[in-house]
Design a binder for this molecule. Structure first.
Ligand code: ZN
Length: 198
């Protein structure tokens, strides 16, 4: 769309390219931004830049963090022998919010999806297997309950089974196709408590 001046058009195009933001919202956001005091726009731009630059993956669990180890992995009070496998950092945050899980996580940064061309080597599986060399008593698979999440769970359980480590899957109280991050804390806790051995 070329309804405004060059800079304004550019801003609207950039905003519209973000997920979940259509042209109308992009236009509204752009107008909001140009009406904001300059120092606030600066602060917003700086936070975005800084976050993008400083963010990295935890060397243990692969979640997004800005330190070598994320706060969960760095916490000695957590049970490092129980690893919950989730698809992304938002799922981890959802479980952290329940405050009911005392183990640690492994964040796959995705799920296996032949349709999208995402194979096992494209997610953080190698890192998970490396962690299993240590003292691990249980791996809880908490990938989403859609097709990709289920196939990923199956794939991981087949990989881990021969090691003799207990593999469990969170209960199916979680609606099919539901992203973990949108599910309420009670349901998440119930799914964890009702996990079944694979
Ligand atoms: Zn970590």
């Amino acid at each position: 769309m070329n309804l405004y001046s060059g800079h304004m058009n550019k801003l609207i195009d950039e905003l519209a390219s973000l997920p979940g933001i259509g042209n109308k919202s992009a236009q509204n956001l752009a107008f909001h931004l140009i009406n904001m005091p300059k120092d606030r726009v600066n602060r917003l731009a700086n936070v975005m830049m800084e976050t993008r630059e400083k963010i990295c993956y935890c060397k243990e669990c692969c979640t997004l963090t800005d330190k070598e180890l994320c706060p969960v992995c760095a916490n000695e009070k957590r049970n490092h022998g129980v690893i919950m496998v989730v698809e992304d950092s938002r799922d981890m945050a959802a479980y952290e919010k329940t405050g009911k899980f005392e183990g640690v996580y492994h964040v796959l940064q995705g799920a296996i999806s032949p349709m999208m061309g995402i194979g096992p080597s494209e997610i953080r599986l190698k890192e998970l297997l490396q962690r299993l060399q240590g003292d691990v008593e249980e791996v809880i698979i908490a990938t989403n309950s859609n097709l990709e999440g289920e196939s990923t769970a199956m794939y991981i359980s087949k990989l881990i089974k021969p090691t003799g480590i207990k593999v469990t899957r969170i209960a199916t109280g979680v609606p099919v196709g539901g992203d973990l991050e949108y599910i309420d804390e009670v349901t998440l806790t119930r799914a964890l408590d009702g996990r079944v051995e694979l």
